[in-house]
Design a protein around this ligand. Sequence first.
Ligand SMILES: [Zn+2]
Length: 458
Amino acid sequence: MDKELLYLKLPIFLQNLACSIEGKRIQKNRYGGAFNEILQEYESRSYWDNDQVARFRGERLRSFIGQAFKHVPYYREMAGQLGLAEKDFAGLEDLQKLPLLTKSKVQDEYSRFLSGAITQNHCITSHTSGTTGGGLRFSVTKRAIQEQWAVWWRYRRWHGIDFNTWCGYFGGRSVVPLDQKKPPYWRYNRPGRQILYSGYHMNMENMGAYVDHLRKKRPPWLHGYPSLLTLLGSFLLDKKESLGYQVKWITIGAENLLPNQADIMERAFGVRPRQHYGLAEGVANISECPIGNLHVDEDFAAVEFIPNPEGLGYKLIGTNFTNPATPLVRYDTEDLVELEEGSCPCGRPGRIVKNIDGRKEDYVTLKDGTRIGRMDHVFKDLINIREAQIYQSVPGSIQVRIVKNSSYNKADEKQLYQELVKRVGSDTNIEFLYVEKLERSNTGKLRFVLSEISEGKL
Ligand SMILES: [Zn+2]
């Protein structure tokens, strides 16, 4: 029987035990072996200057490319065709000698991206879910997984979060059976110090139970999808209540943080969410520092910013030099960013990213085919909107789906309409639809723009 189906049939106390056993196994993968050493190395580079990290990145990049040319069929062939060798790669700029890599290429030719020099029993096969097309499968070394967790923990520790901090986790894992109709809507991973709150039971009827439980357990750290934490925050604001204890940290992942979500969380929990950007492929990582700037973790991956040919901002391209098992060189993340000039007064190195603009597909298409991004900004300051989604099936027409709270009124709708017109123009047909809840993907994520317009249809 499927492990997950079996889990869902267990009594609650055994589900808690299973979460803890799984938690223990995950702890070992992430934080076993050389993890402590790796974390120390990462932290020792926290205050290097930009030249130092650039040199470090250049050295890692060169030997990584050299190994790929030697042991990975796809790159071996490419090196031959282009007449390139390891010595041709000393820094980030040299990557331009190689072509960009798309996700579909890796999907289609997966086996040609695997290194012959890495024995598969030192590896784990990783999967990405993928919101649009299919997911990606790739092999990753155990050490690469630990490096990724080291760069994530470096960021957490910048903010004062440590390994023994209890975390209320609001994510997409289905830890509570969908047909369970009464609390507890949470399970415990004790070794991982996590209370795993179900993201699939967070309707207004059940939310009081979540709040009561948080008040009782008082986890100082909340982590998860911004859309779920916003639902919780919005419930509290609506009831004019607070959690009754000071949440010290909110960190978010998996979805883009929208400005009105950050506002709602700050008002409800008294602390501003911190964000980082990372992806399973390990081709880039970006971390928010205590001052609030987003630093590229230059010692973790070779990140390139290429002007976006379709509009504003830059395409985020990355090379995963931590993972020799499946080298991804100049991999297109399909994410867009805006950049900030200069360096950060916190003293940490790295280029500064102003905005992580989200996925390429988070766009609205106008009548004439123009695509408009950053639609999330129209919801800024509209804290009476619990959740929103823009649905589009034909160019030039959008449906705005809104879950409102009890204070929502005509003035909010008017303000939203005006903000929308500023972005999409008055010849775009705008329809408001008020709904009880928004549909989430099968991994529980909320897509902000749901568009059925494919590029081919334009
Ligand atoms: Zn900083």
